[in-house]
Design a protein around this ligand. Sequence first.
Ligand SMILES: Nc1nc2c(ncn2[C@@H]2O[C@H](COP(=O)(O)OP(=O)(O)OP(=O)(O)O)[C@@H](O)[C@H]2O)c(=O)[nH]1
Length: 201
Amino acid sequence: MAKAYDHLFKLLLIGDSGVGKTCLIIRFAEDNFTSTYISTIGIDFKIRTVDIDGKKIKLQVWDTAGQERFKTITTAYYRGAVGIILVYDITDEKSFENIQNWMKSIKENASAGVERLLIGNKCDMEGKRKVQRDEAEKLAKEHGIRFFETSAKSSVNVEEAFSTLARDILQKSSRKAAPSSSRPLLEPGPPRKTGGKCSLA
Ligand SMILES: Nc1nc2c(ncn2[C@@H]2O[C@H](COP(=O)(O)OP(=O)(O)OP(=O)(O)O)[C@@H](O)[C@H]2O)c(=O)[nH]1
């Protein structure tokens, strides 16, 4: 029987407790949202297969608990991920400041070539915004990664963020598989654009 997918990518979402990691995954995998907050215990995952540039990509998306007490369990999952999404909440300054710590955690625990992406979630709450978009853009640029403002609630940029990460991983893996005359894996890629403006002002 033909394989149901061409590639399997393991993705991981990390970030402070309450920023919306679970909701982003539920929006992406099930196109659903609930405002009831049930904090993740340890780790969980959901699956969705997407079509990227004619390839079937099965995304296994791991949801980690943001609470400090689960750190030993969650960091054990970093190593197997090919992509990590760092999430903060645009209405919570502290969650943005902590992105530096989450970056450090990736450096300490993830595989060297892991593809990263930064998300500022809850962009439907413009009136309560504490983190300016340009601050986050600057941070993303410093780390050479892409950035999206999303809303799991209003379904803004969620699809775009996940498929952009999947596409970047796919392109990286095909460059890796290509003959040595092609661009080396570690050479910086083309300038990285950040995601479109969160349309909910
Ligand atoms: N307004 C708004 N609320 C959101 C959004 N995403 C999540 N929330 C709410 O924020 C709260 C926390 O969401 P979760 O997805 O459980 O947060 P988490 O990051 O998984 O939290 P932990 O499991 O504790 O790490 C819930 O009450 C959600 O309904 C969003 O895009 N907009």
